[in-house]
Design a protein around this ligand. Sequence first.
Ligand code: A3P
Length: 345
Amino acid sequence: MLFKQQALLRQKLFVLGSLAIGSLLYLVARVGSLDRLQPLCPIDGRFGPRSQDEIPLRALQFKRGLLHEFRKGNATKEQIRLHNLVQQLPKAIIIGVRKGGTRALLEMLNLHPAVVKASQEIHFFDNDENYAKGIEWYRKKMPFSYPHQITIEKSPAYFITEEVPERIYKMNSSIKLLIIVREPTTRAISDYTQVLEGKERKNKTYYKFEKLAIDPNTCEVNTKYKAVRTSIYTKHLERWLKYFPIEQFHIVDGDRLITEPLPELQLVEKFLNLPPRISQYNLYFNVTRGFYCLRFNIVFNKCLAGSKGRIHPEVDTSVITKLRKFFHPFNQKFYQITGRTFNWP
Ligand code: A3P
């Protein structure tokens, strides 16, 4: 009997002890993660404009959960007002270059709690029909965000379209402009691969890259071929420089973004005056995919769509050499203007 009572007492003590330790551990964890858990965003609408250094960063989980609902259009007007959400014109635009890694850059920047991306390419400034709809139409295409956040959109066609610099200037002459570039010949082949895939999907035949890139009459590089023209970065940039000083541009190394994304993203954070918040935790290499993928939190991660990271067709080496030789002087000029040098051949 006495033995039974002692065993019962021991059991009770064990349960109480476990509860006490559990509560203590919970408290420690809670205090340690308060910073992370508390939504630092202006949900009560008290926030006014702040200096960039004071950006109140929210937990990534919070951003994913709540903002996602608003983005899906599930929010009522009352919720939008209550949470002080707004649709803001972009403070920064990824203007190009097509196939440079524009999607990867946008998605990776969106890991930052103070950044909100416009998911679709809006093509406001390069499409006359859209542009005619006016700036309010453009703003309404933007995602909901908190006032302290910055909205970023990407439309790579902006970089090569004649009218765009002036139109963007008219909207915001101090906007920040991001250009992501890759080694020009590789970019041109990537561009060709995308078009080729489109043709194949429609059961159409298409020319070989060599035939498009080299003029059969002169055996010189065919500068009329769009994929070649787009890779002459300096020509396009010079048009932009008629409106914006070089300080308003940041050049991202698209080849490095593939192999080593974090340092490239950190340079962008700096350029955008954002506190460094994207970390190695947010980026993990997916062996199956062969690319870095994104980790938002313990449960939510994603890789880019399969259309990003296509296998390029094999191209005649003499054509590659010819193209590289052709791009070389333009690349030199590009380094000189931008102050960023690449190891392009
Ligand atoms: P390839 O398909 O030639 O490999 P854009 O988004 O401007 O169209 O650029 C597409 C390119 O982004 C792809 O070109 C791919 O190499 C590159 N890229 C960079 N980082 C990537 C990533 N993490 N996942 C997939 N593709 C990435």
